[in-house]
Design a protein around this ligand. Structure first.
Ligand code: NAP
Ligand code: MG
Length: 402
C-alpha cells in the first residue's frame, strides 16, 4: 500500500511522561506505516520548555496560527514538586493556558462512545460536547472579606473620570464581597467559536445562563450570542438544519439529563468547569474524552482531555508493565489528520483517520482493552492488554479494516 501523502504540515506538540511514551508508540504503529507524515515538531516536554524559557510553547502556538491545525500531547503544568523534580528555572505556566491565550480559543470536550461502556445516564446514546468559556467570571475575581458593618459599592471610573456607582450592600456586620468581570470581546470570541464548531460538526448548539436573576451580567452573554447568531450564523444553521437553543441554566441541566445527547452545550466558565466533570464521569472515563481548542478564526488544536498519567509513568520507569489507555491521544491525532485532510482536500487522509477511529472502537468492542476500561466495561471476559499490546491490537484491527 502506498503511504498517504500530505501537503501542509501538522503542528506536532510533544509532551510529558506516560503520554510522551504513548505518543511515540502511536506514531510508530498507527501513523507512520500508513501516512507520509508531515509535521513541524515542537517539544513541549517540560525539560525543553525549561531549556527554552518556555519560548517553545509560544512558538508552537504561533505555528498553529500559521498552519491551522495542531496535535498536542498532554504536558505537565509545573507545581512546587515539579520545580525540584525537573530542576526548573521558573514555575512555567500551563502550556494549555499559554496556547489558549495566543489562539484566543474555546475548548470543546466530547466523550468517545463504545458499546460495552454504558453511560450512567441510560438515554445518552450520542456524545454531549461541552464548550467552556475559558475567561473571566469567578476565575478572575477580586474578593474582600468584610470585617464588620459598612457600605460596599461597585464603582466604575471611565477614562474621562465619570463614575458609575451602585450600592452592593449596606453591611450591618461581617460578610463577604466578590467582584467579577468579563469583556464583550471575550464573549464574542466564545460565541463565534461555538457557532463555528456547531456548523463544523453539524450539531445543535445549546447555551444557558441565569439571565432572569443576573439582568445585566448574564443577560449580556445571552444578547451577544443572539446578536452574533442572527447576524452571522442563522442562515448557515438553517441550511444545515441545526438549531441554536437558549434556555436558563437550571432548565438546561434538566433537559440535558433527559436528552439522548448529540449536541454542543456551551457553558459559562463556572458552569463549564462543573458540568464538564459531571458529563465526563457520567459517560464513563476521562481516558475516553477528546478535547479540541477552536479559535474564532478557525484554527484547531487537538488533544486528549486527560493529563500525563504520572502514576503509570513512574511504573514504566521502574520497568513495570503499564496498561494505559491511548485512545484519547489517538483521537487527537485522527482529529488533526481529518481536519488537515478536509482543509487540504485530501479525502484519503480523512478517510484513513476515520478508519483508525473505527479500529480503536472495534478493538474495545471486540473485548481487547486496557485495565481501566475493563473496570467499567460490561464485556464478559475482556482481554486486558498492556500499553503497547493495546496499540498493536488496534493496528491489527486497522489493517483488517483498511
Ligand atoms: P491524569 O494524568 O489525567 O491522570 C489521573 C489518573 O487518571 C491516572 O493516575 C489514572 O488513574 C487515570 N488516567 C488518566 N488518563 C488515563 C489513561 N489514558 N489511561 C488509564 N488511566 C488514565 O491527571 P494527573 O495525574 O492529575 O496529572 C498528571 C499531570 O498531567 C500533571 O502534571 C498535570 O499538570 C498534567 N495535566 C495535563 C493536562 C493537559 O496537558 N491537557 C491535563 C490535565 C493534567 P490510575 O492511576 O488510577 O490508573
Ligand atoms: Mg474542574
Amino acid at each position: 500500500m502506498d503511504k498517504i501523502k500530505m501537503t501542509t504540515p501538522l503542528v506536532e506538540m510533544d509532551g510529558d511522561e506516560m503520554t510522551r511514551i504513548l505518543w511515540q508508540m502511536i506514531k510508530d504503529e498507527l501513523i507512520l506505516p500508513f501516512v507520509d507524515l508531515k509535521t513541524e515538531y515542537y517539544d513541549l516536554g517540560l525539560e525543553y520548555r525549561n531549556a527554552t524559557d518556555d519560548q517553545v510553547t509560544i512558538d508552537s502556538a504561533n505555528a498553529t496560527l500559521k498552519y491551522g491545525v495542531a496535535v498536542k500531547c498532554a504536558t505537565i503544568t509545573p507545581n512546587a514538586a515539579r520545580m525540584t523534580e525537573y530542576d526548573l528555572k521558573e514555575m512555567w505556566k500551563s502550556p494549555n493556558g499559554t496556547i489558549r491565550a495566543i489562539l484566543d480559543g474555546t475548548v470543546f470536550r466530547a466523550p468517545i462512545l463504545v458499546k460495552g461502556i454504558v453511560p450512567y445516564v441510560k438515554n445518552w446514546t450520542k456524545p454531549i460536547t461541552i464548550a467552556r468559556h475559558a475567561y473571566g467570571d469567578v476565575y478572575k475575581n477580586t474578593e474582600i472579606k468584610v470585617p464588620g458593618a459598612g457600605k460596599a459599592e461597585l464603582v466604575y471610573t471611565a477614562e474621562d473620570g465619570t463614575e458609575i456607582r451602585e450600592l452592593i450592600h449596606d453591611f450591618k456586620g461581617a460578610g463577604i464581597i466578590q467582584g467579577i468581570h468579563n469583556t464583550d470581546k471575550s464573549i464574542e470570541s466564545f460565541a463565534r467559536a461555538c457557532f463555528s464548531y456547531a456548523i463544523d460538526t453539524k450539531q445543535d448548539l445549546w447555551f444557558a445562563t441565569k439571565d432572569t436573576i443576573s439582568k445585566k451580567y448574564d443577560h449580556n452573554f445571552k444578547d451577544i450570542f443572539q446578536e452574533i447568531y442572527d447576524a452571522e450564523y442563522k442562515t448557515k444553521f438553517e441550511e444545515l438544519g441545526i438549531e441554536y437553543f437558549y434556555t436558563l441554566i437550571d432548565d438546561a441541566v434538566a433537559r440535558v439529563i433527559r436528552s439522548e445527547g448529540g449536541f454542543i452545550w456551551a457553558c459559562k466558565n463556572y458552569d463549564g468547569d462543573v458540568m464538564s466533570d459531571m458529563v465526563a464521569t457520567a459517560y464513563g472515563d476521562l481516558s475516553m474524552m477528546t478535547s479540541v481548542l477552536v479559535s474564532p478564526s478557525g484554527v484547531y488544536e487537538y488533544e486528549a482531555a486527560h493529563g500525563t498519567v504520572q502514576r503509570h509513568y513512574y511504573k514504566h520507569l521502574k520497568g513495570e508493565e503499564t496498561s494505559t489507555n491511548s485512545i484519547a491521544t489517538i483521537f487527537a491525532w485522527t482529529g488533526a489528520l481529518k481536519k488537515r485532510g478536509e482543509l487540504d482536500n485530501i479525502p484519503e487522509l480523512s478517510a484513513f483517520a476515520e478508519t483508525l477511529e473505527r479500529a480503536c472502537i472495534k478493538t474495545v468492542e471486540d473485548g481487547k482493552m486496557t485495565k481501566s476500561l475493563s473496570l467499567i466495561s460490561t464485556c464478559e471476559n475482556p482481554v486486558i492488554l498492556n500499553s503497547l499490546d493495546f496499540i498493536k491490537a488496534i493496528r491489527t484491527t486497522l489493517e483488517e479494516l483498511l
